[in-house]
Design a protein around this ligand. Structure first.
Ligand SMILES: [Zn+2]
Length: 499
């Protein structure tokens, strides 16, 4: 059975009970423009979207997730003027646009990976979907939504009756804004679907179209790629809150005009990361990358933890002290979890009960500050065994994505009573001398238990405990030894059994 989930919908301006149209749930997220490094403010949005996806999965939904890569057509200005960001990036670095796209796409993917963000089902690139964009523009032209100027094909927003609804735009105010130079556009909200290559300059990325050589507008890319892989209406469309006013209003107008169907049922938007006085932005030059955090000895997951200190719809102020506090919290949390004894029966019902306040938090519009607080409650909870606490936290971590129970084990060995190491469970291994003594002790303990020499068995167990090694008797009769820390395990060497 699926859990009841409430999400704040920008479209209706309220929290709504989530009821998807599609199975799997279709999610489209506006992806990066790959002309530069992503800053940690951009990455905050992808972390929020990852939490959304993980919450849906934890609530029992299957998810189909698409994130586009914008590698052409995103102009410096929202008013369809200025340079293509990609061409600008290429000029800045003296590389080809294609090289720039490949390089920054690679860096972005690496950031995503380090932040423990689950890969979408599809990463479509704009440059690989030009024909779908041209088809959509043709449909819009056929339906009478477009007009031509000397520099491109534009969407006529006055023909789309509800254009102002989504972003709650005031038409009066918009008309007042029309005095600023808008070139040959008929209304200030009209936007380019296809831009012609400039007559005086050769672009590196350009394509033939029924209207002339050129390249697509940024907005049409998302509509065409969403439609290429997902059903319309899409269940959830996400992006940063700076996309609401122009980019998402435009996506809605062209998608709904083209298909005659609602574009997306739920719209979720992540708020800014604030730096000093303003939002973090590439244009301001005050941007911090994930690499910059790592140079200061923070991990990507420290930053993920920092993002959980505010709700995704609240602006979050970045500070190095704030990040340090989050890194410390994460480290303390992992220490407390690492100290949990793994032995003991697990009562699934008690584990589920322990998780109820965690689920209440995540199902209430992804309230991560409350969700993190719920983890501390679980650790403090009385009447719950260590194994149950660990099981509850493992489950919660499928949503948190903080690797709370990963990396606690330096190495794991499975040992049989006949004295054989039957399996190295983990990827990392210990030095041979520690490994030998570990196996010998595990075997000796096993024999002692079989011979009902409990004093000896308990003595070895204490030794393991002093060495930070957790032993677990497996159902197949073998013993699983988990070593948390190689240094601590040295204690074993100093107390070698007599063999
Ligand atoms: Zn988009």
């Amino acid at each position: 059975m699926k859990k009841s989930l409430y999400l704040y919908n920008t479209g209706s301006v309220k929290k709504e009970h989530f009821q998807p149209v599609n199975d799997p749930v279709n999610i489209y997220c506006c992806g990066p423009t790959v002309y530069n490094y992503a800053h940690i403010g951009n990455l905050r949005t992808y972390i929020f979207e990852d939490v959304l996806k993980r919450v849906l999965i934890a609530c029992g939904y299957k998810v189909k997730h698409v994130v586009n890569i914008t590698d052409v057509g995103h102009l410096v200005s929202d008013a369809d003027t200025g340079e293509d960001k990609m061409e600008k990036g290429a000029a800045r670095e003296g590389k080809t646009v294609w090289d720039i796209a490949e390089y920054y796409t690679g860096v972005f993917m690496q950031n995503i990976n380090e932040l423990n963000i689950l890969d979408p089902d599809k990463w479509p690139k704009a440059t690989e979907h030009i024909s779908q964009m041209i088809d959509m523009i043709k449909t819009l032209e056929h339906k009478g939504y477009t007009y031509k100027t000397s520099d491109g094909i534009y969407f006529d927003t006055t023909k789309f009756e509800n254009y102002c609804d989504f972003a709650k735009l005031d038409p009066e105010q918009l008309r007042a804004g029309e005095r600023v130079d808008m070139g040959e556009k008929r209304a200030v909200t009209d936007f380019a679907l296809w831009k012609f290559s400039p007559p005086d300059k050769k672009r590196q990325m350009e394509w033939q179209s029924p209207w002339g050589k050129g390249f697509p507008g940024w907005h049409i890319e998302c509509s065409a790629m969403a439609l290429a892989y997902l059903n319309q209406p899409v269940d959830i469309h996400c992006g940063g809150s700076d996309h609401i006013r122009v980019h998402h209003s435009n996506e809605i107008a062209q998608s709904e005009a083209a298909t005659g169907k609602p574009f997306a049922k739920y719209w979720l938007h992540g708020e800014f990361l604030v730096m000093g006085k303003g939002k973090m932005a590439k244009s301001g030059g005050n941007f911090i990358t994930l690499d910059a955090l790592k140079k200061q000895d923070f991990s990507a997951l420290d930053y993920r933890m920092f993002c959980y200190t505010a709700h995704y719809r609240t602006p979050l102020t970045f500070s190095w002290e704030g990040l340090r506090a989050s890194a410390q919290s994460l480290s303390n949390l992992k220490k407390q979890i690492g100290a949990l004894n793994e032995n003991g029966a697990v009562n699934r019902k008690k584990v589920d009960e322990a998780l109820s306040s965690f689920y209440d938090a995540i199902c209430d519009d992804l309230n991560m500050p409350r969700a993190v607080a719920a983890i501390y409650e679980i650790l403090r909870k009385e009447g719950l065994s260590d194994s149950e606490k660990r099981a509850a936290i493992e489950k919660a971590d499928t949503v948190l994505g903080l690797n709370l129970t990963v990396g606690l084990e330096k190495a794991q060995y499975q040992v049989q009573s006949q004295g054989k190491l039957i399996k190295i469970v983990s990827e990392s291994t210990l030095s041979d001398s520690i490994k030998d003594v570990l196996v010998k002790n595990a075997v000796q303990r096993k024999i002692a238990r079989e011979e009902k020499n409990f004093a000896l068995a308990d003595g070895i167990r204490d030794l393991f405990s002093a060495a930070g090694v957790i032993v677990k008797d497996m159902p197949d009769g073998s013993t699983l030894c988990t070593v948390k820390n190689e240094k601590e395990a040295q204690v074993l060497l100093e107390n070698k059994p007599e063999h």
